[in-house]
Design a protein around this ligand. Structure first.
Ligand code: CMP
Length: 140
């Protein structure tokens, strides 16, 4: 196993319900360390740039509308196999399929309002981290 970094976003459905601390506790309990964090609100162009890979999907416009509907908390998480570890603690994209004890099983409302985003590969993690943070903002 190797120490790596991944990008995490606590989404507007979760910030609206004041779940930031409960979600961070699950990440930390899974062995992940928050090495950068900011609470912000995305513009339409921010969300479109971040989710550009999904531009052709039927849910793209709704996803952009949702991700710009309220505050989000963007984090860089560091730990052993951080990409896979974070995906395990997040649970399946659709909370109906997520395992007990995962963030999405416990907190997500539906497949869109699913409380958290996590990078799906080390390669995409590096791209997403570079899109959201300057190197000096990440303190491990
Ligand atoms: P996320 O991990 O942020 O990556 C893309 C997001 O699109 C995903 O979480 C969901 O919020 C959303 N998404 C994925 N599939 C669907 C779907 N079938 N319908 C609506 N939203 C979806």
């Amino acid at each position: 196993m190797a120490t790596e970094r991944t990008l995490s976003i606590i989404k507007p459905d979760a910030t609206a319900r004041n779940l930031t601390g409960k979600i961070i506790a699950k990440l930390e309990d899974a062995g992940l360390r928050v090495v950068a964090q900011k609470r912000t609100k995305w513009s339409r162009s921010d969300a479109e740039a971040f989710y550009a890979v999904h531009r052709e999907r039927p849910f793209f416009d709704d996803l952009v509308a949702f991700m710009t509907s309220g505050p989000i908390v963007i984090q860089v998480l560091e730990g052993e196999d951080a990409v896979a570890t974070n995906r395990k603690v997040m649970g399946a994209t659709n909370p109906a399929d997520a395992e007990a004890g995962t963030i999405r099983k416990d907190f997500a409302e539906n497949i869109e309002r699913n409380s958290v985003h996590g990078s799906d590969s080390a390669e995409n993690a590096a791209k997403e981290i570079a899109l959201c943070f300057k190197a000096g903002e990440i303190v491990g």
